[in-house]
Design a protein around this ligand. Sequence first.
Ligand code: NDP
Length: 451
Amino acid sequence: MEHDFDLFVLGAGSGGVRASRMAAGRGARVAVAEDDRLGGTCVNVGCIPKKLFVLASHFSEDFEDAAGYGWSVGPRSFDWPTLIANKDKEITRLNGIYQRMLDGAGVTHISGRATIADAHTVEVGEQRYTAEHILVAVGSWPHMPSIPGIEHAISSNEAFYLEQLPKRAAIVGGGYIGVEFAGIFNGLGVETTQIYRGPLFLRGFDDDLRKTLAEEMPKKGIHLRFETDVAEIRREDDGLHLTLSDGSSLVVDQILYATGRVPKTKDIGLEKAGVKLGKIGEILVDPYSRSNVPSIWALGDVTDRLNLTPMAIAEAMAFVRTVFGDDPTRPDHADVATAVFSQPPIGTVGLTEAEARERFGNIDVYRSTFRPLKHTLTGRDEQTMMKLLVDPKTDRVVGAHMIGADAAEILQGVGIAVKLGATKAQFDETIGIHPTSAEEFVTMREKVQEG
Ligand code: NDP
């Protein structure tokens, strides 16, 4: 039977758009349905506006730091509505680019919420479409725990559209989004408290990164409250009253929950089609992104593998090669470099020290902590920490971590070396670029602990 489309994609985010365009480029008849703006979380309420906010918030320190170099910066003020308006304009421009890319590739863009009716049928409103393959790329959504008063809290979705910048804010959660927004709010002048239920935030990252960030953030004025959680939120005349599980309380104007994201798999017909879901509702897929129903595929956050935009894009490229290129390709989730745009930022690739010890037993650790050249004149007490983990049996660098200015930019290059399996000797043969912080990665000679 001839289907309406060769491929029907649910969700026009990073993964869905890339898969649509590439499949269409190979001659497939493709439709993509989206019930929100094109570009998904990353473009609209994630990576892009977040990075713009991080850049905005860093100016407060830059103005202070300028003094050490002889500059006097006059009275300064920050206007939140200007930032929001300029950000919105840029996002709208990006939405337009996504639209043109889909149009240019000949993809049919359907506005509306799509649900799966069966293994080859999708419904959008009253319309039914059939397709040889269905790709679910609907992403994830903030998870808000159910505590009394949670309705007074916002998630990152709303944080990008606040009409007013709060004077006092609390952020709950110790993951990527929590530490990033703590830095953003604080840099913009908000009295900021970050609350995390465990002993040290950024669980899963290398411990030296976590500890260094926990030392640096308070220096900038952020209040870190670990081993406590919000038990209740009450709205009163003077603000939101938070009762914490350690018995203390806090009054703020805004409370942002950054307590993880869950796959957006509810009510889109997956159960009806017989698609198997995992513990948090993620679509279970094989290494080629295929679900247990052979015509239904899934990629990106909805599969909860490595929830990063570039990974969703890589999964999309592999999917298109597999299905429309007759070239079965598995996306490679190993040694993916990633960054946390905290302040200072983190860049990381490969194994943490704890993971490396577990995998290799003995491990050589090289670490360097220093105050970057810039701050010799600013007087700012901000430390940069860099670290290499080496498997002594093969001399391979199995992990590289950095916290400090430009860590994200620096780790991208280091990520190539780690991905290629570079040895410590090859790092050492590389001549540094002087004077930079990055050169430290090729000049670390002293092991801090013997393997
Ligand atoms: P994360 O999963 O990274 O972190 C969630 C945090 O919330 C953890 O500290 C967790 O604690 C805590 N938490 C979870 N449930 C509760 C609860 N019920 N009560 C209190 N605390 C809780 O989620 P984020 O929301 O920060 O980010 C979502 C995803 O988005 C990330 O996984 C990441 O992949 C992606 N992202 C990537 C970015 C980047 O690349 N720079 C930036 C932003 C997001 P515990 O550790 O104890 O479980």
